[in-house]
Design a protein around this ligand. Structure first.
Ligand code: C5P
Length: 242
C-alpha cells in the first residue's frame, strides 16, 4: 500500500494499484462520514470490521452465483478486488421504511413495505447523490436500459439472499446500498462493500428503536456504542458458515 500506488481515495476506502492492472487493493479506513460528509469522525476498528464483514458477504453471495469484484481478503482491513469501471449509481433496496424514505414520504419508521423498493441515486457528492426518476435515469444514460434492468434484478436477488443471511444472524435487513461496476469484458459485477456503513441492520432481540440499531445510524444519530454494534454484526456474520 505504497502512497505512489494510490489510485483513488474515497470517504471510507483507499484503492491501490498492483502490478497486475486487473487487480486492485481496497484499504478500508476507520474514517466515518454522514450526511454527504457534513459530519465526520472515526470509528475505532471500523476498517477491519467492515472489510471482514464485506469479504464474508461477498463469499456468501459468490456461493449463490452472484458475481462481485471480491478476489480475496489479504489483511484484516485490505481486500483484493478485480478492477472494474464503477457505474455512477447507488442502488438502494428497502424492506422497511427508514432514513430518507421516511423523511421524504412521511411513512412511519419501521413500516414493513409491501414489496422491496429499489431506488437509483446518482453517485455524485457535489450534487448530493440525488434520487433519480426513471426518465432521468434514461436521460443521464450512465447505464443502458438492459443494464438498468439487470441491476434491478441483481439488487432484488441480493436482497433476498442477504435478508435470509441476516435473519440467521438474528438481524433484520432494513435497507442497504449497492454499487456495481463493469469488468473489461463489459460484464456487470457487484462492487464496493456491504457493511454496517451501507446497510441498516436491526437487532431482532431489541425492540427499543435506539438499542436495536447495529449500523451507521448509531454514528449519524449519536447513539453511542458504535464499535460494539459493528463488532456484534461482525461476530454474527463471520459465525455463519458458507
Ligand atoms: O439515507 P437513505 O435512507 O436513503 O439510505 C438508504 C440506505 O443506503 C442506508 O442503508 C444507507 O446506509 C445506505 N446509503 C449508503 N451510502 C449513501 C447513501 C445511503 O450506503 N451514500
Amino acid at each position: 500500500l505504497a502512497p505512489d500506488h494510490k489510485l483513488y481515495e474515497g470517504k471510507a476506502k483507499i484503492i491501490y494499484k498492483t502490478p497486475d492492472p486487473q487487480v486492485l487493493l481496497a484499504y478500508f479506513k476507520d474514517d466515518a462520514t454522514a450526511f454527504n460528509a457534513q459530519k465526520k469522525g472515526a470509528i475505532v476498528g471500523k476498517g477491519a470490521m467492515n472489510c471482514q464483514i464485506s469479504s464474508h458477504l461477498f463469499r456468501y453471495l459468490a456461493h449463490q452465483a452472484i458475481a462481485s469484484h471480491f478476489l480475496a481478503q489479504v489483511a484484516a482491513d485490505v481486500m483484493q478486488v478485480q478492477a472494474v469501471e464503477i457505474i455512477p449509481l447507488e442502488v438502494v433496496v428497502r424492506n422497511r421504511a427508514a432514513g430518507s424514505l421516511c423523511k421524504q414520504t412521511g411513512l412511519e419508521l419501521g413500516l414493513v413495505l409491501p414489496f422491496p423498493l429499489v431506488e437509483f441515486y446518482l453517485k455524485d457528492d457535489a450534487l448530493g447523490d440525488p434520487l433519480l426518476t426513471p426518465d432521468r435515469l434514461t436521460l443521464l444514460n450512465v447505464a443502458s436500459t438492459a443494464e438498468i434492468a439487470q441491476l434491478r434484478g441483481l439488487a432484488l436477488k441480493i436482497n433476498s439472499l442477504l435478508t435470509h443471511f441476516f435473519q440467521d444472524c438474528g438481524i433484520t435487513l432494513v435497507d442497504f446500498k449497492l454499487e456495481f461496476g463493469r469488468n473489461p469484458q463489459g460484464e456487470i459485477l457487484l462492487a464496493d462493500e456491504i457493511s454496517p456503513d451501507t446497510c441498516r441492520l436491526w437487532n431482532q432481540a431489541e425492540s427499543d428503536p435506539h438499542r436495536r440499531v447495529m449500523d451507521k445510524d448509531r454514528f449519524r444519530q449519536d447513539l453511542g456504542d458504535i464499535e460494539a454494534a459493528y463488532k456484534s454484526v461482525m461476530e454474527r456474520v463471520l459465525a455463519q458458515e458458507l
